[in-house]
Design a binder for this molecule. Structure first.
Ligand code: GLA
Length: 775
């Protein structure tokens, strides 16, 4: 009852920032078990929205909608690489003016929580860390490494200056500030965490600090910092997660600092859809039990420009889409959907007296009739002056953050055999003497192709397109783009490279030129707008590339989907003529675009992403069997130990039955444990085989059991061509390892099919894969 009153009081009587500043009468503190607003228990019901992902002109509309849903707080990250794109050059204006964002939130009656990083994750390039850090080859990110930490602390200090005057202690509306992000899941460098804490405090933060992590003592122990409140992130199982939490953090407020309302999309994957039904019970349980919660995301918006991140390692890679729709309560264009109303009902059920404001008037939606794009320049005819190096240099070494880069090598001789590029970061298109030889794509784990060019004078060209830096896990230290090590012909390094850089940060002026088939091609088009409104540019006629509206980079489009359109907010359109520039890197069906009212979700399924071909079968032998056992029917991680360690490089986990007699097997995460009791780093493992993978109705590729995301899983196919048990997945550990066991997290996707009986096989040589069609 008490909480109810104070939530009401805080929601309904939050006065504008100007008034608050004058009176400075609110306080936000923490007592033994509660957040306290003005000395009274306070339940935070927050929604996440990143100001950098929403056009500034629309902040107000989205904030009004947050209030209309019943939220009392907005939570946002600050992205360091947006605020300091070039070392020492800060940007806190326009779309990055966080103080203004807080002020608008205050005017709409919302408190704010700020997560200044420096690392954020968030499906954002390198988790928000600026790529210029990677110019230093030895840097260890997210640590107290002297190559890294001074930059971080300098940024944090600057970041705090931008919002310190809008903290609640200064009469503003900022309630709390986060330290790092899910650090316990990543590392254990307490000196690093403590320095962040002290820098925040010294720079002027005088509201409570918190740090978020997954439920589990191992994360807590690694991420704990004295005086910083621990909070939890998850997408389900709220009750269970808080029970776990109570086991190691019995006191203090309970705050689900990220409740994942949906999930993000990667290129080539199915659009993530998570029904209100799937999320409601957990949300309701938290709201009803007075637990504070932040909906991640309330509104995802768009990762415009080159900001989408990726997940991956050196063996797999899933770059994220331009849209950050997230299947959140507000769509990418800010329209409320079913989840919005379902969540609002939960809040109103708990607080029936709340008088929520009406939703603002919907933003006008417009269509744009089809218009032509005309090729006007080939990048190949617009090469800047090259830089020369013996071995290819990554982009970061050349002070280039994004865009494209061309590596060219002139030689006199033959080019026969295997041409290998290490590492392909991330999509290489290879030409000899102007003829396209092929594409190597890191998403498909490709790094070599066969070449056959007779002796003579030749020019080898490699165009590289980066697709977003990994933002999660240990791979971040190695996310340099372009070619990072070398180009080899039959194992021998090719020396002498010209580097042509296209940072594409500004469109700049390209001189008109003839087309050059198969090379990156610039096209232009324009359309008239009589009535301003939001639209989605339908890119289905194009193949793969980048699109600018009136010289502003909207982002990447790709026919593989899942997004088939790019969101164009009306506030970026002009009445009258609007210019579109497209850099097409593939083979467009037709050079034209049109504007439609809604996003189109469609994925072109690519069976090369699967880990077995039709008719293939794994042949396992009994002498490779090291354990047969039964997994427990429970949520959460479980460990299986071998009787004694066995050395091998290839591991096959075979499910022979699932609970409830399901023919499907579903595994969220799988880790191999070595004889020292350590997990083999997922970054060193790759998936070589899976007998069956769902990818028509949801994302169920076997790589998902190594993505370190408890919410995604390897699902054997259930929508069609369902195979009976057993099911197998084969992991390559990269080298022989003394294997002592494994840990396993059951899947939690649409079809729940926890593995029951299993066999584990370990081998020094790869298991035999038989093709039933070949006799
Ligand atoms: C974690 C991170 C967030 C985001 C989500 C997934 O919880 O803290 O930044 O990456 O995962 O969307």
């Amino acid at each position: 009852m008490k909480i109810k009153q104070y939530l009401l009081a805080s929601v309904l009587t939050l006065i504008s920032l100007q008034d608050v500043t004058a009176q400075a009468k609110h306080t936000f503190t923490i007592d033994k078990n509660n957040f306290m607003l003005d000395g009274k228990p306070f339940q935070i019901i927050s929604g996440e929205m990143h100001y950098a992902r929403v056009p500034r002109a629309y902040w107000r509309d989205r904030l009004k909608k947050a209030r209309a849903m019943g939220l009392n707080t907005i939570c946002t990250y600050m992205f360091w690489n947006a605020h300091e794109p070039v070392q020492g050059r800060y940007d806190f204006k326009d779309n990055l003016d966080i103080a203004e964002f807080c002020k608008e939130a205050a005017e709409e009656g919302l408190w704010v929580i700020i997560r200044p990083g420096p690392y954020t994750c968030a499906e954002w390039d390198l988790g928000g860390l600026p790529s210029w850090l990677l110019k230093n080859k030895n840097i260890v990110l997210r640590s107290s490494d002297p190559n890294y930490m001074p930059h971080t602390l300098k940024f944090l200090n600057r970041a705090v200056q931008s919002f310190k005057n809008v903290q609640i202690t200064k009469g503003g509306n900022v309630l709390m500030v986060q330290v790092e992000n899910e650090y316990g899941e990543y590392g254990s460098d307490k000196a690093y965490l403590n320095s962040i804490k002290h820098t925040l405090l010294d720079a002027g933060v005088d509201v409570p600090l918190f740090n978020c992590d997954w439920a589990g003592k191992k994360y807590y122990d690694k991420g704990y910092v004295e005086g910083v409140i621990p909070t939890l992130n998850f997408g389900g199982n709220a009750k269970k997660n808080f029970e776990t939490f109570a086991g190691y953090a019995p006191n203090g407020p309970r705050f689900n600092s990220e409740f994942w309302t949906g999930w993000f999309d990667y290129w080539g994957g199915k659009h993530e859809v998570h029904s209100a039904q799937e999320k409601l019970a957990d949300f309701k349980w938290m709201v009803d039990n007075g637990i504070s919660v932040n909906l991640y995301m309330f509104h995802g918006g768009t990762s415009n420009g080159f900001f989408p991140g990726a997940n991956g390692s050196n063996t797999y890679f899933t770059p994220y889409t331009t849209s950050y729709d997230y299947d959140a309560p507000l769509n990418e264009n800010g329209e409320p959907n079913e989840k919005f109303f379902a969540f609002r009902d939960v809040i109103l059920h708990k607080y029936p007296e709340l008088k929520l404001p009406e939703l603002p008037k919907p933003i006008q939606k417009i269509t744009i009739p089809e218009f032509k794009l005309t090729p006007f320049a080939s990048l190949q005819h617009n090469l800047p002056a090259p830089r020369f190096f013996d071995t290819p240099q990554p982009m970061e070494a050349l002070d280039q953050a994004y865009g494209l880069i061309l590596y060219a090598h002139d030689f006199d001789g033959e080019l026969k055999g295997e041409l290998k590029i290490t590492r392909v970061m991330d999509r290489a298109t290879i030409y000899v003497d102007g003829k396209k030889l092929g594409v190597l794509d890191r998403r498909l784990n490709q790094s070599a192709l066969q070449v056959n060019t007779a002796a003579g004078k030749h020019r080898l060209e490699i165009w590289i397109e980066p697709l977003g830096r990994v933002n999660f896990g240990a791979a971040i230290d190695h996310e340099r783009k372009g070619i990072t090590e070398g180009v080899y012909l039959n194992g021998k390094a090719l020396k002498g490279w010209q580097h042509y850089q296209f940072p594409l940060d500004r469109l700049g002026s390209f001189k008109a030129s003839a087309r050059k088939d198969g090379y990156p091609e610039l096209m232009k088009g324009s359309f008239q707008v009589n009535e301003i409104g939001d639209t989605y540019l339908d890119t289905r006629n194009l193949d793969h590339g980048l699109l600018w509206l009136n010289d502003k980079l909207i982002g990447r489009y790709w026919s593989i989907g899942p997004q088939q359109t790019l969101y164009i907010p009306g506030c970026w359109l002009k009445k009258g003529n609007n210019q579109i520039t497209v850099l097409e890197l593939g083979n467009p069906k037709n050079r034209s675009l049109k504007g439609v009212k809604d996003q189109i979700w469609a994925t072109q399924l690519d069976s090369t992403l699967l880990h077995s071909k039709a008719g293939q079968q794994l042949v396992l032998s009994q002498d490779q069997l090291v354990k047969a056992g039964v997994l427990t029917d429970k949520e959460g991680w479980q460990n299986v130990q071998l009787d004694k360690p066995v050395t091998g490089r290839y591991i096959c986990l075979e499910s022979t039955s699932s609970y409830e007699q399901s023919p499907v097997a579903s595994i969220a995460e799988l880790r191999i444990i070595d004889a020292r009791g350590q997990e083999v780093p997922r970054e060193e493992c790759s998936i070589l085989y899976a007998d069956s993978e769902e990818f028509e109705k949801e994302n169920g590729l076997a790589t998902l059991l190594m993505d370190n995301q408890p919410t995604t899983s390897w699902q054997t196919r259930w929508s069609h061509e369902k195979r009976a048990q057993p099911h197998q997945v084969v992991i390559d550990l990269g080298k022989n390892i003394s294997v002592a066991g494994f840990s396993y997290l059951p899947g939690a996707q649409k079809i729940k099919a926890k593995v029951k009986d299993f066999n584990l096989y370990v081998s020094k040589a790869m298991f035999l894969i038989q093709d039933k069609n070949e006799k």
